[in-house]
Design a protein around this ligand. Structure first.
Ligand code: PEP
Ligand code: MN
Length: 347
């Protein structure tokens, strides 16, 4: 749909527009209005080059595409019936909880094992544990592959599947070799298209679920869904969208909480939404309310940083991890919200 700056295009301008779209096998259908005309593009209007060439014309104001720019992640795509199962749970059928430490402290293995037991006892389905950490300062603890062994041992002890973030191809290979059950793309790499493409291809065969965080600098919802499209287009459609707060921060919170984009994602895409309230608000005391808000907005699950003794933790744990006891209560409350939601949806 082309909107011109003036109410109508001149004959010469229309001819130029028709010639450009013609190069992309499209045509123009003029819709005559009382005060202005609109120029509909008929055909596959997804070409970015075509749109950019039209936008480069000084007499064009806007080009709105009707067709989705993402093919596989779109709610109307052939994948719309695709369902994702993790730890025996089909996403969307019950509240889904990923919980565990922000960071595994290699010097405190026992603390992680206790956290893992606590998370399991609380009722979470997947155990998280930060192995390599994306830290703003190069002087902060960066994580170590040694922590991967601790994560795997916690899996053996609890029987819970585990998730870890990887930031580059080398870490991806190590995590795959270790048979990590789920992978996380963090906020800093959410727009790292070569890494997304590489992960999509490397996980295609086994279909390892990927939790794709939203970039904190991410703009429109379409940009988030397009990032997921890189994974799907390279062979792995097992993607979970993870809103985790964006910039600029809301005064008092670590980021600007964005669980409210959940219904927008669900209108446009079929993929489950697992919100991260911990990084959104950044303080353990606000986490339960933010997590429940996510469920109210229709989220399928949440990922909650949890530590058996947050004060003694490293990374984000001292400030934003809840204890297993708080997690347990949160899971119960989430079930109540879930049931309320189901009743509302049915009426
Ligand atoms: C994390 O999960 O600990 C993390 C670093 O997340 P994010 O990429 O959202 O900051
Ligand atoms: Mn963290």
């Amino acid at each position: 749909m082309i909107i011109s700056k003036e109410p109508t295009l001149t004959d010469a301008q229309l001819a130029e527009v028709e010639s450009i779209v013609g190069e992309f096998d499209c045509k123009i259908q003029v819709i005559y209005g009382a005060h202005r005309n609109i120029y509909a593009i008929i055909g596959d209007e997804r070409s970015e080059t075509m749109v950019n060439r039209l936008l480069g014309l000084e007499y064009i104001d806007r080009v709105d595409r009707m067709e989705s720019i993402y093919k596989l992640m779109d709610i109307r795509s052939d994948l719309s019936h695709h369902r994702i199962r993790i730890a025996g749970v089909e996403l969307g059928t019950e509240p889904f909880f990923i919980a565990g430490q922000c960071t595994i402290d290699p010097e405190r293995r026992e603390a992680f094992f206790e956290t893992a037991e606590g998370v399991k006892e609380a009722g979470a389905q997947v155990l998280r544990g930060g192995v390599w950490k994306p830290r703003t300062s190069p002087h902060s603890f960066q994580g170590t592959a040694k922590s991967l062994e601790i994560l795997l041992e916690a899996r053996d002890r609890t029987g819970l599947p585990v998730i870890a973030e990887v930031m580059d191809e080398a870490q991806l290979r190590i995590a795959l070799e270790a048979r990590v059950d789920m992978l996380q793309i963090g906020t800093r790499n959410a727009l790292n298209y070569p890494l997304l493409a590489c992960m999509g291809a490397a996980t295609a065969e086994q279909g390892i679920p990927v939790l794709l965080k939203r970039s904190r600098h991410m703009g429109p919802v379409d940009e988030f869904i397009s990032a997921a499209e890189y994974l799907a287009a390279n062979g792995n459609p097992n993607i979970l969208f993870c809103p985790r707060g964006t910039m600029p921060e809301l005064d008092g919170f670590r980021n600007h909480p964005d669980e409210s984009i959940t219904p927008l994602l669900k209108e446009k895409s079929w993929a489950p939404v697992v919100v991260d309230p911990s990084h959104a608000v950044g303080r353990s005391r606000y986490v339960p309310a933010a997590a429940l808000a996510a469920f109210c907005y229709g989220a399928d699950g949440v990922i909650v940083e949890t530590h058996v003794d947050p004060i003694s933790g490293i990374g984000d744990d001292p400030k934003q991890s809840v204890t297993p006891a708080v997690l347990k209560k949160l899971i119960q409350d989430a079930r109540a919200v879930w049931n309320l939601r189901t009743v509302r949806e049915e009426t």
